[in-house]
Design a protein around this ligand. Structure first.
Ligand code: ADP
Ligand code: MG
Length: 230
């Protein structure tokens, strides 16, 4: 599902030797539930952004779902993200002036090419929210929802186009521990349904829920969770 080979990332303006990722090679297979852990500034978000096609300024090779991401132009990259990747963030990234249902269906409004799914996006959004126990909240604005409800709306949005891969950057970082545990159970359930799930986290109880833990320090993978380091 994911293969990185000798990936290096240097942000513009950083000193020559100052790399956010150093010779990162990594494989994540379809169906895995993986946690990526490391201290703040170690390179976790940088790594996730490269996998998700949000940043193409790197050296080395990033292959996801059979695509070499460096070979995709902007339009193909947008199509790749729509079809293959769902993103979930710490701060939910919902629009307050839209309802929960509108937030979940919103990615369909930005489509330029052919739709990744044949279903009506609003019907799909409604069904997903109902499955997540939010059927009574379809018309609510996010500011009337609890943190856990907001994150479930964000997860429903990530699932809109039925991607195979969910990339989650500190998804429980703004939630209390009980709510965070429920969100992690949600990811475990999605993983059992067949989604490949990658979760960045600081929290031990979150990483313990994963089947594999990748540790990153100062831009290097020091333990890939399969008994390998670099
Ligand atoms: N947009 C950016 N511009 C310049 N440097 C950045 C940028 N984003 C991250 N960095 C730097 O790259 C390194 C890794 O950051 P990041 O991937 O955000 O770490 P983490 O998610 O593990 O906290 C840090 O040294 C950080 O300061
Ligand atoms: Mg980060």
């Amino acid at each position: 599902m994911i293969r990185l080979t000798q990936v290096e990332k240097r942000y513009p303006g950083a000193a020559a030797g100052e790399l956010a990722l150093r010779k990162v090679s990594l494989q994540i297979d379809e169906g895995e539930l993986v946690a990526i852990v490391g201290t703040s500034g170690s390179g976790k978000t940088t790594l996730l952004n490269l996998i998700g096609g949000l940043d193409r300024d790197y050296r080395g090779t990033v292959e996801v779902a059979g695509h070499n991401l460096a070979a995709l132009n902007d339009r193909k990259m947008a199509d790749f993200r729509n079809r293959h990747v769902g993103f979930v963030f710490q701060h939910f990234s919902l629009l307050d002036h839209l309802t929960a249902l509108e937030n979940v269906a919103l990615p369909a409004a930005f489509l330029r090419g052919p739709a990744p799914i044949s279903e009506d996006p609003v019907a799909r959004a409604r069904a997903t929210l109902e499955e997540m126990g939010l059927g009574s909240k379809l018309g609510e604005n996010p500011n009337n929802l609890s943190g856990g409800q907001k994150q479930r709306v964000a997860i429903a949005r990530a699932l809109l186009f039925r991607p195979k891969l969910l990339l989650c950057d500190e998804p429980t970082g703004s939630l209390d521990s009980t709510t965070g545990a429920q969100i992690i159970e949600q990811f475990q359930a999605l993983n059992r349904e067949g989604y490949t799930v990658v979760i960045i986290t600081h929290e031990n109880r979150v990483s313990e829920a994963a089947r594999r833990i990748i540790r990153i320090e100062d831009g290097r993978i020091v333990d890939d969770g399969r008994g390998g380091a670099q």
